[in-house]
Design a protein around this ligand. Structure first.
Ligand code: S3P
Length: 446
């Protein structure tokens, strides 16, 4: 990943704010943005995308799709145009594909390439190069795809797509939309029917968006377990897509407004897909004042403008089965929990260990550095509320969500909070600091 401004860490301080106010928009949904570029790349015709998240992770996906043969460009009105090559039409890139910090980018692209006879080297930054890829290479190998991986099934790796792929039926061993999606995308260019069995439901953007592109995809529930099947070797038709605001990005101003006394803000145009709204449910259980206004449809999803008022929160137990619908939101929930009355217990967190950082360890260290009492186990975290004294500098481990969460904490803590490096915020939420300061935040360079 290139950091255009500097290769040196950029520490920030976040000082106590008075009430936050304003109507804001957050950038487009990250999951939908990656998928819109990838599905557009293998459709026939020109896909047009508005509201694309223009952040480093997604730009890397756009570059990868271009390197694989699609024509990808952004016009002067901010509309992205993807001229697809058709199912099976991707070709070997001349250079390695650099996915930067993005697990979604590399894992979904591996699925997309897996059943087309091409070879590609996939690389990423130090954080991505530590993350497990075996969870994707193992099911893809069943199609006939070959991989040369680095030690421990990690990046850098080279993928050799299968020329005569065989369809696969695969039961997900982890609750991961990335693994589910990689297998379904490999099924796109595989003759016959590929099926993913999903014991624990995860975000369903791949299924919904592939259906809108005209894929022959179906979902059946058998004994409460989702079986998702895709019939391969059918063309996808280019689409016009309008990507709504990312609920995982909305989470940061939302928690900031809840914990900063006197705040009232509206976050416009937020996607409310039920596989993504676990945080909102949890915050409401904690006593948060959240109202959904102007409910409507955009990009095939329910969206609303969300009004948030500062609230007295109380600790809750967050059940394990809610984890997939809020997996990226635990760091900022932990911040909300530190301002609640009583203890919040979060369970089913094993996947947090393999995100952009070991988020369970990074969150707990950040809380403790700011005077918050915690307890944890391999897959759970308890946060003792009552307010965060602050005063600590948090190590962000190349993780955008750790960085943003602890800047939010500083807005309501007694003493400012600091983070060691803010550069990775640009992977998902460009303009974060200005947006927060525009509502009354006091985030400053150190
Ligand atoms: C994503 C799936 C999740 C999530 C990530 C985006 C996706 O990862 O953490 O930010 O777009 O499919 P896992 O599939 O590893 O749970």
């Amino acid at each position: 990943m290139s950091h255009s401004t500097t290769d040196k860490p950029l520490p920030l301080l976040s000082r106590k704010a008075n009430g936050l106010a304003g109507r804001i928009r957050v950038p487009g949904d990250k999951s939908m943005s990656h998928r819109s570029l990838m599905f557009g790349a293998v459709a026939t015709g020109e896909t047009r995308i508005t509201g694309l998240l223009e952040a480093e992770d997604v730009i890397n996906t756009a570059k990868a799709m271009a390197a694989l043969g699609a024509n990808v460009l952004r016009d002067d009105h901010g509309v992205w145009h993807v001229m697809g090559v058709g199912v099976g039409g991707l070709t070997s890139p001349a250079q390695p594909l650099d996915f930067g910090n993005s697990g979604t980018g590399v894992r979904l692209a591996m699925g997309l390439m897996a059943t087309t006879p091409l070879s590609a080297r996939c690389i990423g930054d130090a954080s991505l190069s530590r993350r497990p890829m075996g969870r994707v290479t193992r099911p893809l190998a069943q199609f006939g795809t070959r991989f040369e991986t680095s030690e421990g099934d990690r990046l850098p790796l080279t993928i050799h797509g299968a020329a005569d792929a065989k369809p696969v039926t695969y039961t997900l061993p982890v609750a991961s939309a990335q693994v589910k999606s990689a297998v379904l995308l490999a099924g796109l260019n595989t003759p016959g029917t590929t099926t993913v069995i999903e014991p624990v439901p995860t975000r369903d953007h791949t299924e919904r968006m592939l259906a809108s592109f005209g894929a022959r995809i179906s979902v059946a529930a058998k004994d409460g377990v989702r079986h998702i099947s895709i019939e391969g070797r059918h063309e996808l038709k280019a689409q016009e897509l309008a990507i709504p605001g990312d609920p995982s990005s909305a989470a940061f101003p939302m928690v900031a407004a809840l914990i900063t006394p006197g705040s009232e803000i509206v976050i416009e145009n937020i996607m409310l897909n039920p596989t993504r709204t676990g945080l909102f449910v949890t915050l409401e259980e904690m006593g948060a004042s959240i109202t959904y206004e102007n409910r409507r449809q955009a990009g095939g999803e329910d969206v609303a403008d969300i009004r948030v008022r500062a609230s007295r929160l109380k600790g809750v137990r967050v059940p394990k089965d809610r984890a997939p619908s809020m997996i990226d939101e635990y760091p900022v929930l932990a911040v909300a929990a530190s301002f609640a009355e009583g203890t919040t217990r979060m369970e089913g967190l094993e996947e947090l260990r393999v995100k952009e950082s070991d988020r369970l360890a990074a969150v707990e260290a950040g809380l403790q550095a700011n005077g918050v009492m915690t307890a944890s186990g391999p897959d759970w975290l308890e946060v003792h509320g009552g307010g965060a004294p602050g005063g600590g500098t948090v190590v962000t481990h190349m993780d955008h969500r750790i960085a943003m969460s602890f800047l939010v904490m500083g807005m309501a803590s007694r003493i400012h909070t600091g983070i060691d490096d803010s550069r990775f915020i640009a992977t998902s939420f460009p303009g974060f600091t200005d947006l927060m300061n525009g509502m009354g935040g006091r985030i400053e360079t150190k």
